[in-house]
Design a protein around this ligand. Structure first.
Ligand code: NDP
Length: 256
């Protein structure tokens, strides 16, 4: 293996939720490795700022305003990326949200919103991207799970169900598409400082200190912590790795 095993020059990556947080951290890593990036999100101002950030790294970047829960919008997004950037090599299903309520309080429409955003979106985007990856005889899909792919949390029943589902969906796609030379893996972030967890820290008493106490690395994660794993799982260096769920958590998931 050489440094070129991590070279992404000429590749095209779609990053859902790439306009901020962990998605932007991964998009920056891919751009620094040479990939052109399609940033997918609903907030056009945030997406424009992310595109400027990525272009400053010397790659092509476009924003594609898309609600990833909408099947037709996802199909249009895939067509636009293929049309404007010429190909698709990498899909990162990162868009996500949470509604923090115990199971007896969550309403069915809230449940559905979380499942649609975190899990069904990964299905819709993967299915829509598959023909391009199959035609290229190569592809990488990275799905973003959570510590709640492993653990429960009283305040996050729909979120935990969606993130557990992401791991099983990853395994199913890995098996289905291995013969097409498409590798499908999941990343399980620990507790990372983003807009999502700023809200969680306001809503869940004591969360900030509990996370610090349990994380052997002694800190919350930073979005820059996701650049390396994103490049690795997008590059030829990981061609024999598929169906895994890799924690990026400062040791949270192995700590008692
Ligand atoms: P952010 O809130 O910063 O980012 C969420 C992103 O998802 C935004 O870019 C948002 O863009 C996008 N998004 C949400 N809904 C939709 C939608 N319907 N269509 C298109 N885009 C959408 O949170 P994080 O960076 O923290 O989260 C990123 C991923 O990481 C999520 O899947 C989250 O569950 C996961 N995660 C985060 C952890 C953490 O500690 N931060 C821990 C474990 C997992 P826009 O608003 O423009 O649509």
């Amino acid at each position: 293996m050489t440094a070129s095993s991590f070279d992404l020059r000429g590749k095209v990556a779609i990053v859902t939720g790439g306009n901020g947080g962990i998605g932007l951290g991964m998009a920056r890593g891919l751009a620094d490795a040479g990939a052109n990036i399609a940033v997918v999100g609903r907030n056009e101002a945030k997406s424009s700022a992310a595109v400027e950030d990525l272009r400053a790294r010397g790659v092509r970047a476009i924003a594609v305003a898309t609600d990833v829960t909408d099947k037709d919008a996802v199909a249009a997004m895939i067509a636009r990326v293929t049309g404007e950037l010429g190909r698709i090599d990498i899909l990162i299903n990162n868009a996500g949200m949470s509604i923090r309520k115990p199971p007896h309080v969550v309403e069915p429409d809230e449940w559905q919103q979380v499942i649609d955003t975190n899990l069904t979106s990964a299905f819709l985007c993967s299915k829509a991207a598959y023909p391009a990856l199959k035609a290229a005889s190569a592809g990488k899909i990275i799905n973003i799970g959570s510590m709640m792919s492993i653990f429960g949390a009283s305040f996050a029943p729909a979120y935990a169900a969606s993130k557990g589902g992401i791991v099983q969906f990853t395994r199913a796609c890995a098996c289905a598409w291995a013969a097409d030379n498409i590798q499908v893996n999941a990343i399980l972030p620990g507790w990372i400082d983003t807009d999502l967890t700023k809200a969680a820290r306001k809503q869940v008493d004591g969360l900030h200190d509990r996370v610090l106490a349990r994380t052997p690395a002694g800190r919350w994660g930073d979005i820059g912590d996701f650049a390396g794993i994103a490049v690795f799982l997008s590059s030829p260096a990981s061609d024999f790795i598929t169906g895994t769920a890799i924690p990026v958590d400062g040791g949270y998931s192995v700590s008692a």
